[in-house]
Design a protein around this ligand. Structure first.
Ligand code: F3S
Length: 641
């Protein structure tokens, strides 16, 4: 059988199911990664499973989101993560070492490997040819325990790249173009596999920009073949032994195809407040900009930073524009320092931040009220920057640097000659001795927990019927940021579910938590694409703590739907979307849980008369998980027979 790259990796890791789009498949997972904001919960869950050592080839725990350590909570979390990693055989990356995806690409990701990470931008490693998927922390905990990772077999979309990038267009503009074309819903149930003659013109870090932001398409993941460029990158990282060729068979078939002519692309920007609201930068000319932020897991490689430093060496940043720079890793920072490229950044007036997520997750660097912030990041959801009325535009590092210099968007036709994409230097410094490697045996290691580490609560399963009140009626495109907001104060509570639950939906409806506490069971009614955005499982876990037992939406985002299942919340979809208008805040609903079958339809009764038909796309196993009260209960039950 001839296969594309995606099918080859899946076939090599398949433990259950058939490779037919839509059907459930189980995959053996080679590597896992966690970051601190989702990791504390993932390791509490791993401990609850009761396995004494991770069973993957490699598991890495990164600390990159909440590195500020204001008060005791973050340092407590970091100490817990450090000691739990040591005990169970996980590599630990201390705060300040860098951003998980950049570090993983540089140090650990391998062509042909499967990777599951508790961060939605885990697909970054697709740039090196890994099948890398974002998942909830519980799925990652199970993968660490040696359990398969279950997904719906995706459709494979061939993205055929023709030509080569020219002028000021860069890898970021490739993925922004695709987002403009397909929208934030366009990738659901799909893997985007890059192919065609344009592939060879892109380096691994450029490919990783594209696969990183494939997450914004809602895709299962994105993947590039492993070729000469991949070998060159791995050799520069001192890991040539990890290289293997991985290309599609000549006559491989695909479910769908998109063609992109790289030479026709120009600098693009995603406008507030969605990554798919894409337009040419030239059409924004004249818009004054108060802040520029360069970095994040999308655009913080050596090449990105060096291009910016080169532009800043020739011109200072505008005094009207606060310019923040976060290199992706200490390796990137060391290379910049070694080549004398830190000085031009500082002299130009930019501010150098720690190698971490920083402003991307609202950890400092919030824009001024009503300000325009131009960022090289991957998300521009309302409020994510920490300033509710800020307007965030997503662009490439080249565009961001030119905006910082001019203090406004200007027409790229006035920018002069674009710099070439810098190659990696011949002697890339290794930072692998900055990671903490676990001892061969964790027996004598004590896991240290401060007061911010709160053990998991055990959730109840379902009876035959669910009586619940509509606690919220939300519109379309509700993101996980809407459900469980980020920011320093809130993110610090990720290992303390009772405390973090006080913030659920508080930026959408301040009364939500009080309403939830006042009733026994709750339902959330929503429009299209409910739960899009990050893999944040607290967006399911915290509502579950507050008594939410079901979501009834027009449609649901993939990772969030999986998280709802994992925590025993019924993800239901309106059979007739017009019935959305029948449901209202405060109604008492009766869901016939015992009558729900995998993929079936039931009628939910509305108190006072009427009913709506809801369907589900659950497998029998997912239904059993929900009935058991969540995946942890289900796994415990199956272990005890
Ligand atoms: Fe961090 Fe932002 Fe990426 S929070 S992992 S830099 S999307």
């Amino acid at each position: 059988m001839t296969m594309n790259v995606t099918q080859k990796i899946i076939a090599a890791h398949l433990v259950s199911g058939e490779m037919v789009p839509g059907g459930e498949i189980g995959l053996r997972i080679d590597q896992t990664l966690t970051q601190d904001a989702t990791g504390t919960m993932a390791y509490l869950q791993f401990e609850a499973i009761g396995v004494d050592r991770v069973r993957t080839d490699l598991s890495v725990s990164y600390v990159d989101h909440n590195t500020l350590q204001m008060g005791f909570r973050n340092p407590d979390d970091h100490r817990f993560l450090r000691t739990v990693a040591r005990k169970y055989g996980v590599v630990f990356s201390p705060p300040g070492t860098g951003i998980c995806h950049q570090l993983h690409l540089e140090n650990f990701a391998k062509p042909g490997a499967t990777l599951v990470g508790s961060d939605s931008h885990t697909p970054t490693a697709g740039g090196i040819g890994s099948l890398a998927m974002g998942a909830g922390g519980l799925s990652v905990a199970l993968a660490m325990a040696g359990e398969p990772y279950f997904i719906a077999m995706p459709k494979v979309v061939r993205v055929r790249l023709e030509g080569a990038l020219t002028g000021w267009a860069s890898a970021k503009d490739v993925i922004l173009h695709l987002l403009g074309l397909l929208s934030v819903k366009g990738g659901v149930g799909r893997v985007f596999e890059y192919a065609g003659p344009g592939v060879a013109t892109l380096s691994v870090p450029e490919r990783a920009v594209i696969t990183n932001m494939g997450a914004e398409l809602g895709a299962t993941t994105s993947v590039f073949p492993s070729d000469g460029q991949t070998r060159q990158f791995l050799a520069a990282m001192g890991r040539e032994g990890d290289w293997k060729e991985l290309v599609a068979d000549a006559d491989a078939t695909y479910d769908e195809e998109v063609v992109i002519d790289l030479s026709a692309l120009e600098p693009l920007a995603a406008q507030p407040h969605m990554p798919d609201r894409v337009m040419p930068v030239r059409e924004l000319a004249g818009l004054a900009v108060q802040q520029v932020a360069i970095g994040s897991c999308t655009n913080s490689s050596y090449a990105d930073m060096k291009s910016v430093a080169q532009l800043f060496a020739a011109a200072k940043v505008s005094p009207e524009t606060d310019t923040l720079i976060s290199p992706g890793s200490k390796q990137v920072l060391k290379m910049l320092a070694r080549e004398g490229l830190v000085e031009p950044l500082l002299d130009a007036g930019a501010r150098l931040l720690e190698c971490s997520c920083g402003p991307c997750i609202g950890m400092g660097g919030s824009p001024v009220s009503g300000g325009v912030s131009v960022r090289t990041f991957n998300r521009n959801f309302e409020g994510r920057s920490g300033t509710k009325d800020a307007k965030v535009y997503l662009v490439s590092p080249l565009t961001a640097a030119m905006v910082a210099i001019r203090g406004a968007f200007t027409d790229p036709a006035t920018w002069g000659t674009a710099p070439a994409v810098p190659d990696l230097p011949a002697d890339v410094p290794s930072i692998r001795d900055m990671f903490l490697y676990p001892p061969a045996d964790g027996d004598g290691v004590e896991v240290q927990r401060g007061p911010n580490i709160v053990a998991l609560e055990k959730f109840e399963g379902f009876g035959d019927v669910l009586e619940a009140d509509v606690l919220l009626k939300a519109g379309d495109d509700i993101t996980t940021d809407h459900i469980m907001p980020a920011g320093a104060e809130i993110t610090a509570l990720r290992s303390n579910v009772p405390a973090i639950s006080a913030y659920v939906f508080n930026r959408v409806d301040e009364e939500f938590v009080a309403r939830a506490k006042a009733c026994d069971n709750g339902v959330i009614v929503a429009g299209e694409n409910y739960g899009q955005g990050s893999s944040r499982e607290h967006a399911a876990l915290a509502p579950r703590h507050l008594g939410v037992r079901a979501v009834i939406a027009k449609s649901l985002a993939r990772i969030h739907r999986a998280n709802l299942v994992n925590f025993g919340i019924l993800p239901l979809m309106l059979e007739d979307k017009a019935d959305y208008d029948v449901l209202a805040l405060g109604q008492r609903l009766t869901v016939p849980v015992a009558g729900i079958t995998a993929g079936g339809i039931v009628r939910v009764a509305v108190a006072g008369g009427g009913s709506v038909a809801v369907r589900n796309d659950l497998t029998q196993k997912e239904l059993d998980i929900i009935r058991a009260g969540g995946l942890l209960n289900y796994v415990r039950l199956s272990k005890t027979g």
